[in-house]
Design a protein around this ligand. Structure first.
Ligand SMILES: Nc1nc2c(ncn2[C@@H]2O[C@H](COP(=O)(O)OP(=O)(O)OP(=O)(O)O)[C@@H](O)[C@H]2O)c(=O)[nH]1
Ligand SMILES: [Mg+2]
Length: 178
C-alpha cells in the first residue's frame, strides 16, 4: 500500500451501552438498509466505508458490559476519531460520561471524541434530553441524531468530513516531528 493511501485510512471507533443505536448509526453512514429489529452486536464488527477519497474503518463494539471490559483497551488503540453514542435518556447520558472518562485512558490525547445524542425522534414522547443538554453533561462536542432516519446521514457525514481534515493536519504535524 502506498503511503499516500495509508494517509487516507482512518480508524473510527464507536462505543456506547447496549441498544443506544451504534450499529444503526453505522448502517446509516454506509447506506445499508435500516430495519428496526434489535440484533445485539456480539463482540465487535468492522465496516469499511468510502468517503470522498478516504477509507474509513469503522469499529462497532457491542455494548454489553463484558465486551467493554474485555475489548475496550485494544479496540480503541490507534483510533483517529471516537464516537460515543447515547440514547439521550438522562440515565444513559450519565453512564456515557463514565464511559468517556474510562476510554480517555486508551486513546491519544489529540483523538477527538464526539457524542451522538441519538433517538432524538423520541424526545417529545418520553422526555429524552436534547443534544444541547447532553453536551452540557458530557462536555464533548455533541450531535443530535435519529439514526433510523436516512435523511440524517448528511449531518453525520458533514461532522466526519470536518474531523477528517483535522486528522490529516495532525498526522502531518506528527510526521514533521520525526
Ligand atoms: N426510535 C429510534 N430507534 C432507534 C434509533 N436508533 C436506533 N434505534 C433502535 O434501537 C435498537 C437498537 O439499535 P442498535 O443499533 O442495534 O443498538 P446498538 O447500540 O448497536 O446495540 P448493541 O449492539 O447491543 O450494543 C434497534 O431496534 C434500532 O432500530 C433512533 O434514532 N430512534
Ligand atoms: Mg450493535
Amino acid at each position: 500500500m502506498l503511503s499516500s493511501d495509508l494517509n487516507k485510512l482512518v480508524k473510527i471507533s464507536v462505543i456506547g451501552l447496549p441498544a443506544v443505536g451504534k450499529t444503526t448509526m453505522l448502517k446509516l453512514l454506509s447506506e445499508d438498509v435500516i430495519d428496526r429489529i434489535y440484533m445485539p452486536t456480539h463482540g465487535f464488527d468492522l465496516k469499511t466505508i468510502k468517503l470522498d477519497n478516504y477509507c474509513l474503518k469503522a469499529w462497532d463494539l457491542g455494548g454489553q458490559k463484558n465486551y467493554i471490559k474485555t475489548y475496550l483497551k485494544e479496540y480503541l488503540l490507534g483510533s483517529d476519531l471516537l464516537f460515543i453514542v447515547t440514547d439521550s435518556t438522562p440515565r444513559n447520558v450519565l453512564s456515557s460520561r463514565e464511559l468517556i472518562n474510562y476510554s480517555s485512558h486508551f486513546i491519544e490525547k489529540d483523538c477527538p471524541i464526539i457524542a451522538i445524542a441519538n433517538k432524538q425522534d423520541l424526545i417529545k414522547s418520553d422526555g429524552r434530553m436534547t443534544a444541547e443538554r447532553v453536551e452540557n453533561v458530557l462536555r464533548v462536542k455533541t450531535l443530535g441524531l435519529t439514526a433510523t432516519e436516512p435523511s440524517e446521514r448528511f449531518k453525520l457525514m458533514s461532522i466526519i468530513k470536518k474531523e477528517l481534515n483535522q486528522i490529516l493536519i495532525r498526522r502531518r504535524l506528527k510526521e514533521n516531528e520525526f
